[in-house]
Design a protein around this ligand. Structure first.
Ligand SMILES: [Zn+2]
Length: 109
């Protein structure tokens, strides 16, 4: 499956709980991601030598529920960062795409 294929099943892996707030698509999305700078990788796709905090950056990566080809190593999504739906080009914050976040345990409506 290609990253830009329109997904019809609910996300249960990398994008668990996420859907486009505009069109309801389950991906792919461009998401603000924080992790080691993927541009530091060599031709073999690995980062050589020790890395420091300076090598951790925020960047936009295309994500499907299966993962991303644009990232390296451990990454996190940046809740306050930008998110773009690859299907309808809706733009928002990453946190806005968590449309299925479980609120049942909060006790606050
Ligand atoms: Zn959309």
């Amino acid at each position: 499956m290609t990253p830009n294929a329109v997904q019809v099943e609910k996300n249960k892996n990398c994008l668990a709980g996420m859907a486009c707030p505009s069109c309801g698509s389950y991906g792919a999305f461009e998401l603000a991601t924080e992790g080691l700078d993927p541009r530091l990788t060599n031709s073999a796709g690995v980062i050589e030598g020790p890395t420091t905090e300076r090598d951790v950056i925020q960047y936009m990566a295309v994500w499907s529920d299966d993962g991303s080809f644009d990232t390296y190593g451990d990454t996190i999504f940046v809740d306050e960062g930008n998110a773009v739906c690859c299907h309808c080009r809706h733009e928002g914050k990453v946190k806005d795409f968590y449309t299925e976040r479980d609120n049942s345990s909060s006790g606050v409506s």
